[in-house]
Every structure is written in structure tokens, then in C-alpha cells.
Design a protein around this ligand. Structure first.
Ligand SMILES: O=C[C@H](O)[C@H](O)COP(=O)(O)O
Ligand SMILES: C=C(OP(=O)(O)O)C(=O)O
Ligand SMILES: [Mn+2]
Length: 467
């Protein structure tokens, strides 16, 4: 920081800049547009009460943190960092326990160390965490044994139990989502800032997990890192920077009755930020260019992602840039492609070419989960680990061929030893899924599969940086 800059920033932080009334009014423009995938709340008075209460509660993140993430995403856009985003398909209130959160954070830290060490690349770490409670669904209802009820739309909307009462959308769940997100974020910050994420504890993060081939490979990497750290310490290096890590929270910005009340004016700049998370993404089912979600997120200043499925045209991508990042601000826009292993190599190139020709920066991230969902012979919603890896490989191949940057991965995972995804070194098969299938919506990589994926992606990243 140059002399004088500090003083300027300080004065911004103590003088509160009011929002422009036009900007403020714009935040509600989405209400006139079609908002896909929203629940129909039966009790509108209760909804009004809850949203008023949410509007008065403190923000969960600070706008300055979202700015810092935007700068890191800008680095990743230039190939100087790699984004790792992981977490549950659908977080649940019941599983916001210290142990589950710790396992998830440990898993992401381990993956990140594998990527950093394997590819000598800084990793921007982000969870699908502390707010990933709203789910878009393919169908509005669900039928079991001839009984049809409204679909489960995530813990923030209704209950998963298959009873008429549980499936009624209940606005009080918005408050529970806020509280559970606050608690999750608090513990995440404690873990990542309080010494638990210290790189000198690389071995500790592996403890408590089942011993698998990936566990052993990780132990090897951790020992090498240990040795390198001891060498540097002996040489007099100062390791304060290794004590903490920056860890960001992201979720799908789906439920506008939650995101709007948590959108606040940054007192430093007078600009709006959605303070439920650092990073919000718009899903494949809600990225309609004339819809409510694109309009709403075009008006806030967080870094924003958009999922791009196989039906995306190059024109769609450019129009999304026009809407969400007209000025080409570095770090503002991330495209998360989720094409399916069988389609990525055909569907992605035309989109990437068009966006690259446009010149405004985007971060290209691969979600190798959502285009590869299948049903197992015994009826489980699952994915094949091999397909997941193949989609990431296809993603790297396309970018390498076009000279663009494959800048990150976005993965559904958990730190627990669940059996939801087929394959991996433990070779989970259809019957194996029955052992510990716990997800309420989509199948997640378990701890071992997540580590295994990190080793494979590190190789792809190393090949890319060596080119
Ligand atoms: O997480 C993504 C979607 O919400 C999920 O895949 C939808 O699942 P469904 O097709 O079972 O509704
Ligand atoms: C709903 C999701 O994905 P997509 O919008 O890509 O289907 C998700 O990431 O959970
Ligand atoms: Mn999902």
C-alpha cells in the first residue's frame, strides 16, 4: 500500500456513504419479473414478518470480504490462482454440527493443499456452505406409493419428511437458515483463523478419517510438506502467514425472499452487497436473461457465478456478461460449466471461443457433478466417479486447446464416509450405495473420493502450468 492510500481507505470506513435512491429502488425491480423455482408461501403475513426481521439482523459477511474474494477470482481468471469450491448439494439444519462442519473444512483444506503442493498454485478456498439451503427441483411435486406431495425444496423452505405437514413451505425456516448459517460461518471462521488451518498441521487434517489409498497418498504429501517447512524454519523463515487461511462462503442465490432482506448497503461506498455470503451463483434453472435472478444479482456487487448447462448458446453467455458484468470488472463473473462428461468436449468450445473473443474477463470453473447424474440399478440417484473426473479432464482439454484458463472446480462433497457416488479407489458399486446413502438431494463425493479427485486435478493443473 502506498503512503496516503491507507488514510483514504480509513476515511471511507468511518464516513458512511448513503445509497443512491435509484440504486435502492432498483433492488426491488426483480419483483416485477418472473422468479423461477420459488415456493408458494401459504402464509403471506408470516412471510412479511420474517423478511422484516431478517432485514434488521446483522449481515453475515462484510462487503470488504466480498471485494477481497473478487480480487482473488481476478487472479484465478489470469491463471495465477485456482478456485476450489466444495460442499453439500443441500446443507441441512440437523447436520450443522461441529463434527460435520469440521470434516468438511478439513476435506477442503486437504484438497487445497494437494492442489497447491501438486501444482505450485495458490488455491482460493470456498465452501458451498453457510447458506446452501434452497434447492431448485425438476418437479414441483414428488410421488411415493401413489401419494403426491410438494417436492422438498431445501431446509430453508420445507421439511424433507414425506408428510403433508412437513412439505408445507414455512417462512420461519428463513430465520432458522440465517441462524444456522451464522453458526456455521462462525465455526468456519474459528477453524480457519484460529490456528486449526495452520499449514504446519497438514498431518492433523488427515486424522480421524478412514484409512484408504487416498488417505495414504495424502500422508506422503503431508510428510513432504512437513519436511519442506522444517527446512525453511531451520533456514530462518517466518511462518506467520501459514497460520490462517482465507476461506469464503458461497451458495446458490435462489430464494429471493432470503437474499433480498440480507442485501445491504456498504457503508464505505454506498453500494449494495448481498451479505448472506461472499459469493452467490445463479443456477442452471434460474439464469433466464429476463428473469428475476439475473436482474437482482446484476445490481449487487458481490462476485457472482452462473451455472451453464449443455443448452447454453454462445449468445446466452455474452448476454449474461452484458447483464452481470457490462464493464468487464475483473473477478466479478464466474461461469460454472456443468455439461456432462459426454458433452463437455462438444458443447464448451463454441461458448469459450465467443467469450474469449468478447474480451471481458470471466473465471471458467468446472462443476463435474450436475451433468452426470444417473439412477443406479437399485434406484439411487448417483454419479460415477469416472464420469466426474472425465468431465474435469474434458474441461481442461477444451481450455488447453483454446489457450484459455481452466480456473477452478466446483464440487458436491462431504467430509464423511458416505456412499453416494459410484467408483473411486474403494470401488463403490450399486449395492455399496446402500451402506451409507445420506444426501437429501444429490450424491456427494465422500472424503476419500474428494482427496482422490484433488490428486487427479493437481495432475491436470500441473500439465497446464507446465505447457
Ligand atoms: O442440486 C441440483 C438440483 O437441485 C437437483 O439436482 C435437482 O434434483 P431433482 O432433479 O431431483 O429435482
Ligand atoms: C442446483 C444446482 O446445480 P445446477 O443449477 O447446475 O443444476 C446445484 O449446484 O446444486
Ligand atoms: Mn446438487
Amino acid at each position: 500500500m502506498r503512503a496516503g492510500e491507507g488514510a483514504a481507505r480509513l476515511s471511507l470506513s468511518v464516513v458512511s456513504v448513503p445509497a443512491d435512491p435509484v440504486v435502492l429502488a432498483g433492488l426491488d425491480a426483480y419483483r416485477e419479473l418472473r422468479a423461477a423455482q420459488q415456493p408458494t408461501w401459504p402464509d403471506s403475513a408470516a412471510l412479511a414478518e420474517v423478511t422484516a426481521e431478517l432485514s434488521a439482523l446483522p449481515p453475515l459477511v462484510f462487503a470488504g470480504e466480498a471485494d477481497a474474494l473478487r480480487e482473488k477470482i481476478a487472479l484465478a481468471q489470469r491463471g495465477e490462482a485456482f478456485l476450489l469450491q466444495g460442499g453439500d448439494c443441500a446443507e441441512t439444519f440437523a447436520e450443522a454440527t461441529a463434527e460435520r462442519i469440521r470434516n468438511k473444512i478439513k476435506t477442503i483444506l486437504q484438497m487445497s493443499i494437494v492442489l497447491t503442493y501438486g501444482a505450485s498454485m495458490p488455491v482460493v478456498k470456498m465452501g458451498r456452505i453457510a447458506g446452501q439451503y434452497a434447492k431448485p427441483r425438476s418437479s414441483d411435486d414428488e410421488t411415493r406409493d401413489g401419494v403426491t406431495l410438494p417436492a422438498f425444496r431445501g431446509d430453508i423452505v420445507n421439511g424433507h419428511a414425506f408428510t403433508p405437514e412437513a412439505r408445507i413451505p414455512d417462512p420461519r425456516r428463513l430465520l432458522k437458515a440465517y441462524q444456522t448459517s451464522a453458526a456455521t460461518l462462525n465455526l468456519t471462521r474459528a477453524f480457519t483463523m484460529g490456528g486449526f488451518a495452520d499449514m504446519r498441521l497438514v498431518h492433523e487434517w488427515n486424522k480421524g478419517f478412514t484409512v484408504t489409498p487416498a488417505y495414504r497418498t495424502y500422508e506422503g504429501v503431508a510428510s513432504e510438506i512437513d519436511r519442506a517447512i522444517r527446512f525453511m524454519a531451520a533456514a530462518g523463515a517466518d511462518f506467520d502467514a501459514l497460520r490462517t487461511v482465507d476461506f469464503y462462503a458461497g451458495h446458490e442465490g435462489l430464494l429471493l425472499d432470503y437474499e433480498r432482506p440480507l442485501t445491504r448497503i456498504d457503508s464505505r461506498t454506498g453500494l449494495p452487497y448481498t451479505c448472506s455470503a461472499h459469493f452467490l451463483w445463479i443456477g442452471e434453472r434460474t439464469r433466464d436473461l429476463t428473469g428475476a435472478h439475473v436482474d437482482f444479482f446484476s445490481r449487487v456487487h458481490n462476485p457472482i457465478g452462473v451455472k451453464l448447462g449443455p443448452t447454453t448458446s454462445p449468445d446466452d453467455a455474452v448476454r449474461l456478461m452484458d447483464a452481470l458484468n457490462p464493464d468487464g470488472t475483473p473477478g466479478r463473473l464466474t461461469f460454472i460449466t456443468r455439461m456432462g462428461a459426454g458433452r463437455i468436449r462438444d458443447a464448451l468450445p463454441a461458448i469459450v471461443e465467443r467469450v474469449a473473443a468478447d474480451g471481458r474477463p470471466v473465471l471458467w470453473v468446472s462443476d463435474p457433478m450436475h451433468g452426470n447424474t444417473i439412477t443406479s440399478s437399485n434406484g439411487y440417484k448417483t454419479r460415477r466417479f469416472a464420469d466426474v473426473i472425465d468431465e474435469v479432464r474434458g474441461f481442461f482439454e477444451v481450455h488447453n486447446a483454446l489457450g484459455t484458463i481452466p480456473g477452478g472446480v466446483h464440487v458436491e462433497l462431504t467430509g464423511d464416509d458416505v456412499t453416494e457416488v459410484l467408483g473411486g479407489a474403494e470401488e463403490i458399486d450399486d449395492l455399496g450405495l446402500e451402506q451409507r446413502y445420506e444426501t437429501l438431494v444429490d450424491p456427494r463425493l465422500n472424503h476419500a473420493q474428494s482427496l482422490e479427485m484433488a490428486f487427479l486435478v493437481a495432475e491436470m493443473l500441473r500439465e497446464r502450468t507446465a505447457r
